[in-house]
Design a binder for this molecule. Structure first.
Ligand SMILES: [Zn+2]
Length: 237
């Protein structure tokens, strides 16, 4: 039983496979214990290929299908795609913050899982300081704690029937300072099955298993178990 993550829970991620790489084991257990979990994918990874023969639309469609399949493996049915261009979030801050605020006011989550906006210097994992990740972490933080509760932020949203909403807690993935560890050993195979749905990313399965098992083992050592996912808990100010 995971007690820290109170539902409803919204997971806000930059790219298809971010969730599966960092928190799908936690999500699987939250769904199994009856929490409502939904996903928001801000990009569809429409530049995530080295294949010269496919278009951005084709790779996005493929990655959305993979993301839906991965969500189904852990029992998540509600997945929303915002379809910003991959790697361009930094250029869309005002629109992104407004759209995230509207989604939070619609979905009314108590907990949000998203990227860490300040994950250190990236010495452990350059993926953590990828601009889409840090940008989305910062915009989600602002939307959750600053904008959603304040009726003077985007008052047009009030006119269209939305109400202010206060999020109780953020949990940040890809952090170099995790302080919350979730034992995922019991759902490890399902977690890896979800990750393997992202076939377009062309990872070697046995290498991938070893890589993620090593990271989960390091986090588990800190969390007092064998295999863990790690989060930084960020309460409202
Ligand atoms: Zn990503």
């Amino acid at each position: 039983m995971i007690e820290q993550f109170r539902g409803p829970i919204l997971v806000v991620a930059s790219h298809p496979d971010d969730i599966e790489a960092h928190c799908a084991g936690t999500v699987a257990q939250l769904v199994a214990q009856g929490e409502a979990v939904s996903y928001v994918l801000v990009t569809s990874g429409n530049r995530g290929t080295a294949d010269l023969s496919v278009t951005a639309e084709e790779i996005a469609a493929r990655r959305e299908a993979e993301q839906l399949a991965a969500a189904r493996v852990v029992g998540v049915e509600r997945v929303r795609f915002l379809r910003y261009d991959d790697s361009d979030l930094l250029f869309h801050l005002p629109r992104l913050r407004e759209e995230l605020t509207a989604i939070i006011r619609q979905e009314r989550p108590r907990t949000i899982i998203t990227h860490d906006p300040y994950p250190g210097n990236g010495s452990r994992d350059s993926c953590a300081i990828y601009p889409d990740h840090t940008t989305l972490g910062l915009m989600t933080f602002q939307a959750a704690y600053l904008c959603s509760p304040g009726p003077l932020f985007y008052p047009d949203q009030m006119c269209s029937g939305l109400a202010p909403h206060r999020v109780t807690m953020l949990y940040l993935i890809m952090s170099d300072k995790p302080d919350t560890f979730v034992d995922v050993e019991a759902v490890w195979d399902r977690r890896m099955e979800a990750l393997r749905k992202h076939r377009s990313q062309g990872r070697d399965h046995s290498e991938m298993e070893g890589f993620f098992r090593r990271i989960a083992g390091e986090l588990g050592t800190r969390g007092g178990c064998r295999l863990a996912e790690g989060f930084r808990r960020l309460p409202p100010t």
